[in-house]
Design a protein around this ligand. Structure first.
Ligand SMILES: [Fe+2]
Length: 237
């Protein structure tokens, strides 16, 4: 039987002051990935949930002890898996997402997220948009108080050990995922149509000079982040 705990145990983990993550397994074209949600407590005390993962009663209880969930962020149109559940769980929260997701699910997205958006947390956690179909119209965030870059799909930091299912190991080998920080390979291969926009986004991420990185699929890290980020983005610079 497949042990999926390697792809997330669903427990709330502290990352830094005012910052937590929770990870649950998710399957994509036969391959298991960790699915990371970031929980940010703003200076106002309100919580922002970025990239919602599968929610258990235990996780919901732990989050409730941190504060009131005021905002839920679907950072790109590919991250809509649990939005209906979150909408039911947090009916008073404001839901943010890209234009395409808002068009597809107008009842699930209240506010559009793009370069022009100025969410109430913008001063402490600004964002830049990586536009275009093959970047999923993703907005990436920089949480200033903890110097943390928060990304959903654009960057990955994942590996599969020998206990992972065969199809997952093959998938990771195919995508070149071996524990390095890397641009999601499909975006690297096919994102040439919007290279100029991606270059601007890459430069913005490097200018933030993040000390930490949380990715939607992989392990949060504080290990040589500026250097690893520059290496991952070098093909765009
Ligand atoms: Fe994703």
């Amino acid at each position: 039987m497949t042990n999926l705990r390697a792809f997330g145990d669903g427990k709330l983990q502290p990352v830094a002051e005012s910052l937590w993550s929770a990870t649950t397994p998710v399957r994509f074209v036969g391959t298991w990935f960790p699915h990371v949600m970031t929980v940010v407590r703003l200076t106002s005390g309100e919580l922002v949930l970025h990239s919602p993962c599968h929610m258990s009663a235990e996780l919901a209880g732990d989050i409730a002890r941190l504060g009131n969930v005021a905002h839920v962020v679907a950072p790109n149109w590919f991250h809509d898996l649990y939005l209906s559940d979150y909408r039911a769980r947090y009916p008073a929260a404001t839901f943010w997402g890209p234009a395409l997701l808002q068009r597809q699910h107008p009842s699930l997205i209240d506010r559009r997220l793009d370069d022009d958006a100025r969410p109430p947390w913008f001063e402490e956690m600004p964002h830049v948009e990586l536009p275009g179909v093959l970047t999923f119209d993703e907005c990436v965030f920089f949480h200033k108080p903890t110097q943390t870059l928060v990304v959903a799909d654009f960057l990955m930091n994942a590996s599969a050990d020998n206990n992972a299912p065969l199809l997952t190991r093959l998938g990771y080998a195919f995508f070149g995922l071996n524990g390095n920080v890397t641009v999601f390979p499909v975006l690297r291969w096919f994102g040439f149509a919007n290279r100029a926009s991606l270059r601007l986004g890459a430069r913005a991420m490097l200018a933030w000079n993040p000390a930490r990185l949380i990715v939607g699929h992989g392990t949060p890290t504080a290990d040589a982040v500026p250097e690893r980020l520059r290496s991952a983005l070098s093909y765009l610079l």
